[in-house]
Design a protein. Structure first.
Length: 146
Protein backbone atom coordinates (compact mmCIF):
# COMPACT_ATOMS: atom_id res chain seq x y z
CA UNK A 1 0.00 0.00 0.00
CA UNK A 2 1.22 3.49 -0.76
CA UNK A 3 1.52 5.75 2.29
CA UNK A 4 1.21 9.50 2.33
CA UNK A 5 2.95 11.73 4.87
CA UNK A 6 -0.31 12.26 6.83
CA UNK A 7 -0.69 8.59 7.78
CA UNK A 8 -3.17 7.76 5.05
CA UNK A 9 -3.05 4.67 2.93
CA UNK A 10 -4.00 5.45 -0.64
CA UNK A 11 -5.99 3.26 -2.99
CA UNK A 12 -4.22 0.55 -4.89
CA UNK A 13 -5.66 0.29 -8.34
CA UNK A 14 -3.52 -2.61 -9.52
CA UNK A 15 -5.10 -5.94 -10.25
CA UNK A 16 -5.78 -8.22 -7.31
CA UNK A 17 -2.92 -10.63 -6.61
CA UNK A 18 -3.41 -14.34 -7.26
CA UNK A 19 -3.38 -15.11 -3.52
CA UNK A 20 -6.36 -12.80 -3.01
CA UNK A 21 -8.22 -14.14 -6.04
CA UNK A 22 -7.66 -17.70 -4.82
CA UNK A 23 -8.77 -16.77 -1.29
CA UNK A 24 -11.95 -15.11 -2.53
CA UNK A 25 -12.77 -18.06 -4.78
CA UNK A 26 -12.09 -20.46 -1.91
CA UNK A 27 -14.36 -18.38 0.34
CA UNK A 28 -17.21 -18.75 -2.15
CA UNK A 29 -16.59 -22.50 -2.53
CA UNK A 30 -16.37 -23.07 1.24
CA UNK A 31 -19.50 -21.04 1.95
CA UNK A 32 -21.41 -22.85 -0.77
CA UNK A 33 -20.25 -26.25 0.47
CA UNK A 34 -21.16 -25.30 4.05
CA UNK A 35 -24.68 -24.20 3.13
CA UNK A 36 -25.46 -27.21 0.92
CA UNK A 37 -24.00 -29.66 3.46
CA UNK A 38 -25.86 -27.98 6.30
CA UNK A 39 -29.17 -28.20 4.42
CA UNK A 40 -28.52 -31.88 3.67
CA UNK A 41 -27.68 -32.57 7.32
CA UNK A 42 -30.77 -30.79 8.62
CA UNK A 43 -32.94 -32.70 6.17
CA UNK A 44 -31.87 -35.95 7.83
CA UNK A 45 -32.88 -34.83 11.35
CA UNK A 46 -36.45 -35.90 12.17
CA UNK A 47 -39.04 -33.17 12.68
CA UNK A 48 -40.95 -32.64 15.90
CA UNK A 49 -38.11 -33.52 18.28
CA UNK A 50 -37.43 -31.85 21.58
CA UNK A 51 -34.30 -29.65 21.68
CA UNK A 52 -32.42 -32.38 23.56
CA UNK A 53 -33.35 -35.08 21.04
CA UNK A 54 -32.52 -32.72 18.17
CA UNK A 55 -29.04 -32.13 19.65
CA UNK A 56 -28.54 -35.88 20.07
CA UNK A 57 -29.63 -36.50 16.47
CA UNK A 58 -27.21 -33.82 15.28
CA UNK A 59 -24.31 -35.40 17.18
CA UNK A 60 -24.95 -38.70 15.39
CA UNK A 61 -25.14 -37.07 11.95
CA UNK A 62 -21.67 -36.96 10.29
CA UNK A 63 -22.67 -34.09 8.01
CA UNK A 64 -22.81 -31.78 11.05
CA UNK A 65 -19.15 -32.58 11.77
CA UNK A 66 -18.36 -31.74 8.15
CA UNK A 67 -20.26 -28.44 8.52
CA UNK A 68 -18.11 -27.60 11.54
CA UNK A 69 -14.90 -28.39 9.65
CA UNK A 70 -16.03 -26.30 6.67
CA UNK A 71 -16.82 -23.38 8.99
CA UNK A 72 -13.36 -23.66 10.53
CA UNK A 73 -11.83 -23.62 7.07
CA UNK A 74 -13.96 -20.59 6.18
CA UNK A 75 -12.72 -18.74 9.24
CA UNK A 76 -9.04 -19.40 8.52
CA UNK A 77 -9.42 -18.48 4.86
CA UNK A 78 -11.38 -15.31 5.70
CA UNK A 79 -8.62 -14.08 8.02
CA UNK A 80 -6.13 -14.47 5.15
CA UNK A 81 -8.43 -12.72 2.66
CA UNK A 82 -8.88 -9.74 4.99
CA UNK A 83 -5.10 -9.33 5.17
CA UNK A 84 -5.14 -8.54 1.44
CA UNK A 85 -8.35 -6.60 0.86
CA UNK A 86 -10.82 -4.25 2.49
CA UNK A 87 -13.82 -5.87 4.14
CA UNK A 88 -16.17 -3.84 1.93
CA UNK A 89 -14.53 -5.32 -1.19
CA UNK A 90 -14.05 -8.90 0.02
CA UNK A 91 -17.52 -9.28 1.50
CA UNK A 92 -19.16 -7.99 -1.66
CA UNK A 93 -17.18 -10.36 -3.87
CA UNK A 94 -17.95 -13.36 -1.66
CA UNK A 95 -21.65 -12.58 -1.95
CA UNK A 96 -21.33 -14.62 -5.13
CA UNK A 97 -21.97 -17.56 -2.81
CA UNK A 98 -25.64 -16.51 -2.78
CA UNK A 99 -25.65 -17.23 -6.50
CA UNK A 100 -23.80 -20.55 -6.23
CA UNK A 101 -25.95 -21.74 -3.30
CA UNK A 102 -29.16 -20.90 -5.17
CA UNK A 103 -27.91 -22.63 -8.32
CA UNK A 104 -26.83 -25.81 -6.51
CA UNK A 105 -30.04 -25.82 -4.47
CA UNK A 106 -32.00 -25.96 -7.69
CA UNK A 107 -29.73 -28.55 -9.33
CA UNK A 108 -29.11 -30.91 -6.41
CA UNK A 109 -31.77 -30.28 -3.78
CA UNK A 110 -34.74 -29.92 -6.13
CA UNK A 111 -35.60 -26.41 -4.94
CA UNK A 112 -37.17 -23.82 -7.23
CA UNK A 113 -36.45 -20.12 -7.66
CA UNK A 114 -39.21 -17.56 -7.80
CA UNK A 115 -38.90 -14.72 -10.34
CA UNK A 116 -37.98 -12.25 -7.57
CA UNK A 117 -35.18 -14.56 -6.41
CA UNK A 118 -33.86 -14.68 -9.97
CA UNK A 119 -33.98 -10.88 -10.12
CA UNK A 120 -32.09 -10.78 -6.83
CA UNK A 121 -29.37 -13.00 -8.29
CA UNK A 122 -29.04 -10.66 -11.27
CA UNK A 123 -28.74 -7.69 -8.88
CA UNK A 124 -26.06 -9.50 -6.86
CA UNK A 125 -24.07 -10.23 -10.00
CA UNK A 126 -24.39 -6.60 -11.08
CA UNK A 127 -23.31 -5.35 -7.67
CA UNK A 128 -20.29 -7.66 -7.61
CA UNK A 129 -19.29 -6.41 -11.05
CA UNK A 130 -19.42 -2.79 -9.84
CA UNK A 131 -17.48 -3.56 -6.66
CA UNK A 132 -14.91 -5.51 -8.65
CA UNK A 133 -14.33 -2.45 -10.81
CA UNK A 134 -13.73 -0.25 -7.75
CA UNK A 135 -10.54 -1.89 -6.49
CA UNK A 136 -9.65 -4.06 -3.54
CA UNK A 137 -8.15 -1.49 -1.14
CA UNK A 138 -9.67 1.88 -0.37
CA UNK A 139 -8.35 4.84 1.53
CA UNK A 140 -7.73 4.13 5.21
CA UNK A 141 -6.78 6.62 7.85
CA UNK A 142 -4.55 5.38 10.63
CA UNK A 143 -5.82 5.95 14.17
CA UNK A 144 -4.65 9.32 15.48
CA UNK A 145 -3.65 10.69 12.07
CA UNK A 146 -5.62 13.77 11.00
Amino acid sequence: MDRTDKGKVTAMTSKAPWKLIFGLALAVVLDTATQITWKSAVSDVPDQLTPTLTAQAMLHQPFFLLVGLLMGGQFLNWMTVLDHADLSYAHAITSLSYVTVATLSVLYLGETLAPLQTLGIVLILTGVWFVGKSGRVGTLVKAGAR
